[in-house]
Write a protein that binds this ligand. Structure first.
Ligand SMILES: Cc1cc2nc3c(=O)[nH]c(=O)nc-3n(C[C@H](O)[C@H](O)[C@H](O)COP(=O)(O)OP(=O)(O)OC[C@H]3O[C@@H](n4cnc5c(N)ncnc54)[C@H](O)[C@@H]3O)c2cc1C
Ligand code: FES
Length: 367
């Protein structure tokens, strides 16, 4: 895993409670990234200067290299977002992990596709990266952004979106949805909750976006994702066309699963059976092999970090996949599987930050 120290080269205040932080390497060499990926910031803002990590989606695109930009929205009571919004300065050095994440696409000048992006609040960040990359690279593609906010003043990238929309000759359309607007509704501005009815109303008016053939990317609070999913189900959109990114772990862990190698995941295994057992786990990482004893109630990542094994991680909530590994033998129970696709689960991939060994022969390969 590659770590870098970047310099804050500029700041853009987006709204009263969000800021874009523009970062570059001191030698201005580009860092490889894909639209929609995230950067992990490592900041000494924990108790006693302890380093804290948080994932922030890139709001920039690879075209903006050597600059990488992240946009941070204040979370009330949140440690890192408040630290950043209150203290970040141009010239500051910042430790980061290389860009990661699968909520991405590969722009191609030959592509002629319809993309529907659905987001709310800070969920706009990876969508912004994706839409800028597609509009820039794919002259024959169309992008529809459905973007929910409380009111006109809480819209991150308001100006940039308006400018892009005006300059792309209809290839980008933005539909704003405000729950508590300050001004009366106007064309492309809707009033109400961004729920399934609102989404269906907007989608059904857009004939350039044939529901079953478009590609959908969604990022926002859990409630929005559930509503968007319900709207797309009503339009018979196949699962394979829908991609989602979550910033916050869902309170509902009902989907938790058990992964084991060769794709025989068993979601019925009861982690309660595991409560009294300490199990041995073998971790293979960067050419070394580590043996750790994982007591019940601890995750594989927690134990590895306690033993100063420097495994990769970011969100520690099963969302971002920075800690992803492959289970080569044994069985691992996951408290959360949001970040992993069904196909990854079937191939035996696990997330160490939410993973608990269920057998004594667990071997995990990382990297
Ligand atoms: C893949 C990924 C990409 C992300 N991209 C962005 C981004 O582009 N911009 C951005 O601002 N954030 C983004 N986040 C969220 C970010 O990583 C932090 O979780 C967020 O800034 C809160 O951190 P904190 O230290 O301020 O709050 P914490 O001290 O970690 O949490 C305080 C409380 O707030 C809750 N909470 C945490 N995050 C949120 C949230 N987003 N909304 C509501 N409640 C929350 C927690 O559950 C906790 O109860 C992303 C997260 C992931 C996993
Ligand atoms: S650290 Fe993000 S999924 Fe494990």
């Amino acid at each position: 895993m590659s770590y870098q120290t970047l310099t804050v080269v500029a700041l853009t205040q987006e709204t009263a409670d969000s800021v874009t932080i523009h970062l570059e390497r001191p030698d201005r060499q580009p860092i490889s990234s894909r639209p929609g990926q995230f950067l992990t910031l490592i900041l000494p803002c924990g108790p006693g200067g302890k380093k804290e990590r948080r994932a922030y989606s890139l709001s920039s695109t690879p075209h903006e290299a050597p600059r990488l930009s992240v946009t941070v929205k204040r979370v009330p009571g949140g440690l890192v977002s408040n630290y950043l919004l209150d203290t970040v300065q141009v010239g500051q050095a910042m430790e980061v992990m290389e860009p990661l994440g699968n909520f991405t696409l590969s722009p191609s000048p030959k592509a002629a596709r319809s993309l529907v992006l659905i987001g709310a609040g800070s969920g706009i960040t990876p969508l912004m990266s994706i839409l800028k990359a597609v509009v820039k690279t794919e002259p024959n593609s169309h992008v529809l952004l459905i973007y929910g906010n409380r009111n006109e003043e809480s819209v991150i990238f308001q100006r940039q979106l308006a400018d892009l929309e005006a300059s792309t000759n209809g290839r980008l359309q933005v539909e704003h949805v405000y729950s508590q607007p300050l001004k009366p509704a106007a064309p492309h501005r809707h009033t109400g909750r961004l729920n399934r009815t609102m989404m269906l109303r907007i989608l059904e008016q857009r004939h350039q976006f044939p529901a079953e053939q478009a590609e959908y990317f969604m990022c926002g609070p859990e409630g929005l994702m559930i509503e968007a999913r319900a709207a797309l189900d009503l339009l018979n959109v196949p699962d394979a066309r829908i991609r989602r990114e979550s910033f916050v772990a869902s309170a509902d862990v009902a989907e938790a699963a058990t992964a084991q190698p060769n794709g025989h995941g068993d979601v019925t295994d009861n982690p309660a059976d595991n409560t009294k057992t300490t199990r041995t786990v073998t971790i293979q990482y960067e050419g070394s092999e580590y043996l750790i004893e994982v007591p019940a109630g601890k995750t594989i990542l927690e134990v590895a970090l306690d033993q100063d094994i420097d495994l990769p991680y970011s969100c520690q909530a099963g969302l971002c996949t920075a800690c992803r590994g492959k289970c080569l033998s044994g069985k691992v129970h996951l408290d959360e599987r949001e970040g992993l696709s069904d196909s990854e689960m079937k191939q035996g991939y696990i997330l160490t930050c939410v993973g608990h060994p269920m057998t004594d022969d667990v071997v995990i390969e990382i990297g």
